[in-house]
Design a protein around this ligand. Structure first.
Ligand SMILES: [Zn+2]
Length: 354
């Protein structure tokens, strides 16, 4: 027969286990750079631009909601390194449809069609069609609608369907649920699931460029993409976007494409000034993050990549840049928080104690 003391001890132990279980289920947000290559060049196998944002709790590795922002070259392989199957993604968001941000998507959707034709579809959230002043149309919808066309034309899809009739007859496009929005300067909610809310603003880079913010009970992150200032060239106060700055107000983490000031007109690289001016510099991103009150700045889509002697055809004077070159440029902007100079698969998890 148990003594009262031992029953009390058992009760206390059960309460402690219960308390520990509750603590372990605390919400968490995980932000991982799936690819950090800046622009179309290749360098040492870096994957193209992309950020995986996961929300959940520590008992499921923050994996209740899986969101992929941009899908550059090699995104499928990077997700596989993280143990995240393409078929499990809840939503994919594109900042714009430049190839360095989107060319991994056909591969991802083909894989999903191959093994997950039974569904569910994946939401593809992007800006509605936009006609540029030069007359061309940037169309995420057409990109999605034709995502499997080359495989259909080659005959592969017919062959695969012949051996497995459960696959969707229209190919990978049948698994994409496109959700477009008309970009606005002020934030609008474009996607929600459970406790997760994603907002978007229109920002300048190319027509149809958007920047996103994810809000969760565990924290918030802004994905700026390649946003730059609405004014396409100096004189101007900053190279960063006012819309992104407002979106980032009070956010915990800012993830943003970056260009180092060495690529500017005075840096001696010969890099085209209009392309330089449509990106945000490391120094100005430091200043933006400070003003927004963010605690973490993750630089991605580095132009030039760390250690690269060239950005495409443009040589970097003095050879490649170091991590300190980027960090110091951010500090010049006054930011005192955590700086992550992006390499593939670097991540931040909130709360930081987990
Ligand atoms: Zn880009």
């Amino acid at each position: 027969m148990k003594s009262i003391l031992s029953i009390a001890a058992a009760t206390l132990a059960a309460a402690m286990i219960s308390f520990a279980g509750g603590a372990a289920a605390e919400p968490c947000l995980d932000v991982t750079l799936t690819g950090t290559q800046g622009g179309p060049p290749v360098f040492q196998g870096q994957a193209g631009a992309g950020t995986l944002v996961r929300y959940g709790d520590s008992e499921n590795n923050c994996s209740d909601v899986l969101m992929q922002f941009d899908t550059g070259r090699g995104t499928t392989q990077q997700l596989s390194k993280l143990g995240v199957p393409v078929g499990k993604l809840d939503a994919i968001f594109l900042t714009h449809i430049h190839s360095d941000h989107s060319e991994g998507l056909p591969d991802m959707m083909q894989l999903r069609w191959h093994f997950n034709s039974g569904g569910p579809k994946v939401d593809l959230v992007c800006h509605a069609d936009v006609k540029s002043p030069l007359g061309h149309v940037m169309s995420c919808q057409k990109f999605a609608a034709h995502i499997g066309d080359s495989l259909i034309r080659s005959g592969e899809m017919a062959q695969r369907l012949a051996e497995n009739k459960k696959r969707l007859p229209g190919g990978p496009a049948d698994l994409v649920n496109v959700q477009v929005f008309d970009g606005t300067p002020d934030a609008q909610v474009v996607w929600e699931k459970g406790d997760v809310k994603v907002s978007a603003v229109a920002s300048r880079h190319v027509p149809g460029h958007a920047s996103y913010r994810v809000d969760t009970p565990a924290g918030s992150v802004v994905i700026g993409g390649d946003a730059g200032n609405d004014k396409p060239a100096p004189p101007r106060d900053t190279s960063t976007s006012a819309q992104v700055e407002a979106l980032a107000d009070g956010a915990d983490i800012v993830v943003h494409s970056v260009i180092h000031p060495v690529m500017g007109p005075d840096g001696g690289t010969g890099f085209p000034p209009p392309i330089y001016h449509r990106q945000s510099t490391a120094t100005d991103l430091g200043a933006l993050s400070k003003r927004a009150g963010a605690s973490h700045l993750m630089l991605t889509h580095l132009i030039p990549p760390m250690g690269a002697a060239r950005q495409g055809p443009y040589p970097i004077p003095g050879g490649g840049l170091s991590e300190d070159d980027y960090t110091n440029a951010v500090r010049d902007g006054g930011f005192e928080g955590t700086v992550v100079v992006g390499t593939d698969l670097k991540s931040i998890r909130l709360p930081a104690t987990q």
